[in-house]
Design a protein around this ligand. Structure first.
Ligand SMILES: Cc1ncc(COP(=O)(O)O)c(C=O)c1O
Length: 419
């Protein structure tokens, strides 16, 4: 007899991404030629995890007696200032923001769901989204609601976003909007300047009628082109709304295991900022109590020590170039193969559309190529795909999508014959 509650017993701790990754790894160990494009970590073409020596050095420099002590509950003030400056430097927003430390961006998401939605309410995100949003929301007693992400031209469906936001407000009297641009996971899409302008206007106008928190999950920000252009549109949003940013060391400093992150909250009123800092600090106390102290000290050094920062920027530029070559090679090969996928100009992932993602992914696995099936598309982790394997990847995608197309035609014909 289990002592777990029914709800707990129904939960599966084995994330589908890690399940597929495990299967691919097991097959590779038996000597099979496997292309494992499942996991969101940047690896070199020879399969080694890409690390940044500057990050490792920053961690090694942390004095043991500081690392061993508790960090302040809301986070080390120097770390929080450095993170705010990293995101908002040179804009008025830097003076209009508070922050708390969180275990990665995952912690920032958890704190946002807890503080900006009532139990039972839903955050609004695009119809393609990182699957863990669901788990994080549900575990907090919240949910995810979606709007259609792409129009017929595979561009961001702005009217659908506007209607989705209006719907959230009508149903809940409030909204938490969750975007992860640039380099959206899973599609790779980045909003352009016109799209940011439209999004910020929609949020500002809707915020005049109801409380809105706009959360930008900034996990992959460093890997986009024109990466921080969204910041220019935030002052329009904070005319009426709260702007949140989930910041993390995981991808931008290649320190996935350090679990260092922050939730930044920008608001035009000083008194509201004080309330935000207090409420978010309470969340820290009530969940992780305080975050990795060594990690906050190391991140602060990486963001503020001029020599270390310059080295980190240079090393990151090398990682961005590694990814860039893959993105360009993929775009060329996928374009020639006629694959359908949205604008992709940087980031760890791209999604390729298919009539049946399970059939496509299963067919690809038969040839040793692992991607993640999702509703309507398969997600391809180019961050884990050596450039020389991209032709193999694209061939497998084309065959897998053809298999899905054949299966849906057979099903359609069978349906016609039966009716
Ligand atoms: C879109 C997105 N947001 C947030 C995260 C969480 O990152 P972390 O908790 O490691 O900072 C990930 C990790 O894969 C992600 O893909």
């Amino acid at each position: 007899m289990t002592a777990l509650t029914a709800a707990a017993a129904a939960r599966d701790g084995n994330d589908p991404i890690f399940r597929l990754h495990g299967e691919a790894t097991r097959r590779a160990r038996t000597g099979e030629s496997i292309l494992n494009a499942t996991l969101g970590a940047l690896v070199h073409d020879d399969g080694r995890l890409a690390v940044m020596p500057s990050s490792a050095e920053a961690f090694s420099r942390v004095p043991p007696e500081q690392a061993a002590g508790y960090a302040p509950i809301s986070g080390s003030p120097d770390f929080l200032d450095a993170v705010i400056a990293d995101v908002f430097e040179g804009t008025d927003l830097a003076g209009q923001a508070v922050a708390v430390a969180t275990p990665g961006c995952t912690g920032a998401l958890h704190a946002a769901f807890q503080n900006f939605l009532e139990p039972g309410q839903a955050a609004l995100t695009s119809s393609h989204y990182w699957g863990s949003y669901n788990a994080i929301a549900q575990y907090s007693g919240r949910a995810i609601a979606t709007f259609n992400m792409f129009n017929d031209r595979l561009r961001f469906d702005m009217p659908a976003f506007e209607a989705g936001l209006a719907g959230s407000i009508e149903r809940q009297g409030r909204a938490l909007v969750l975007f992860s641009f640039p380099c959206h996971n899973p599609t790779g899409y980045s909003l352009d300047a016109d799209e940011w302008q439209a999004v910020s206007t929609i949020v500002r106008d809707a915020g005049a009628d109801a409380p809105i928190a706009f959360l930008l999950d900034n996990a992959y920000a460093a890997f986009g082109s024109g990466t921080n252009q969204w910041v220019a549109y935030m002052p329009r949003m904070i005319e009426t709304s709260t702007v949140l940013v989930g910041w993390t060391i995981s991808k931008s400093f290649a320190q996935y295991g350090a679990r260092v992150g922050a939730l930044i909250a920008a608001h035009r009123d000083q008194s509201e900022r004080e309330q935000l800092a207090s409420s978010l600090g309470y969340s820290c106390r009530a969940t992780w109590s305080n975050c990795n102290h060594a990690g906050q000290i190391a991140a602060t050094e990486l963001l503020t020590d001029p020599e270390l920062k310059a080295r980190a920027d240079e090393e990151r530029a090398g990682l961005i170039a590694l990814l860039r070559e893959r993105v360009d090679t993929f775009n060329e090969a996928a374009g020639e193969a006629g694959l359908a996928y949205p604008r992709y100009d940087g980031g760890f992932f791209v999604s390729v559309f298919t009539p049946d993602s399970e059939i496509t992914a299963a067919r690809m696995r038969e040839t040793g190529v692992y991607v993640l099936p999702m509703p309507g598309a398969v997600r391809v982790a180019l961050c884990a795909t050596p450039v020389a394997s991209i032709p193999r990847l694209v061939t497998a995608l084309a065959e897998g999508i053809a298999a899905a197309r054949d299966a849906s035609e057979v099903a359609r014909d069978a349906g016609k014959a039966a009716s």
